[in-house]
Design a protein around this ligand. Sequence first.
Ligand SMILES: C[S@@+](CC[C@H](N)C(=O)[O-])C[C@H]1O[C@@H](n2cnc3c(N)ncnc32)[C@H](O)[C@@H]1O
Length: 302
Amino acid sequence: MSRSIDRHVPVLLNEALEFLRVRAGGTYVDCTLGLAGHAEAVVRQLGPKGHLIGFDRDPEALGLARQRLERVGSELGAEAPLVTFVGEPFSSIAGHVKPASVDGLLADFGVSSLQLDQAQRGFSFQADGPLEMRMDRRTGVTAEQVVNEANERELADLIYEYGEERRSRRIARAIVRGRPVTTTAQLARIVSSAAPSMKQERIHPATRTFQALRIYVNRELDEIKALFEAAPRLLKPSARLAVISFHSLEDRIAKDSLREGAQKGIWEILTRKPVTAGEQEIESNPRARSAKLRAAERQKGN
Ligand SMILES: C[S@@+](CC[C@H](N)C(=O)[O-])C[C@H]1O[C@@H](n2cnc3c(N)ncnc32)[C@H](O)[C@@H]1O
């Protein structure tokens, strides 16, 4: 078992479990297994007739989640539920889950601490590594390809759209001048000198550019939209959905999708305002600072 898994703390765990109302014998989907922190807690409540279906598009994360949940399964023995692992993006959920079969669905978006902590995955500007950033390294383009092959205008647009970075044009110009850009540290340096931190800013100057590239490389917003489109058909009446977002672009999709669904009578929204972590959780797990949980219940009919 890796150190990352031991250190890993699931965000808003109690709140997510409360909204999901996990009950023995039910079928639950964890769209983002990651290090299986949330999934383990669900598995422990499901009993032998229960079923957890877990997705992760990162083969390494899926392998670690499998190890952890199999260990919990052996510990539970005859009381263990069925667990199914799906190594695909959660946008493919309708191909793996029967309509109206799910009692609860959880998604904890973004990258895991394991992915962030490993320099060779290229997600972090705090450790020097290749500009990779793909959750699934078997498919798609790398951040290095994007940074070196997109034209200045395309780069500026994607940094603006997915990073909400106002200084995107200046950053894109500096990147194009600095090519070839091959490592996270090199990119962080280029961004920091083109657009140094403003006085009032607490975040690293490269934060938004890295976020933009990651979202673009992994098509993260399209994935979330597809999940919200598919979910209503998969949930039973009165089943629940709980999603945890880490930045405003993710949260906006969750908020708008649920609001539109509520207007059509698909969802009853359970969180008028998103639930956020308390001081104690933030102190022990800084990643929880930006987490927002939204939950909804599937209405009957529609
Ligand atoms: C924040 S972590 C989840 C942590 C998990 N809840 C836990 O307690 O350990 C997000 C995980 O979801 C995976 N992921 C992100 N987007 C995905 C997608 N569209 N489809 C499948 N997995 C995805 C990532 O690879 C990552 O392992």
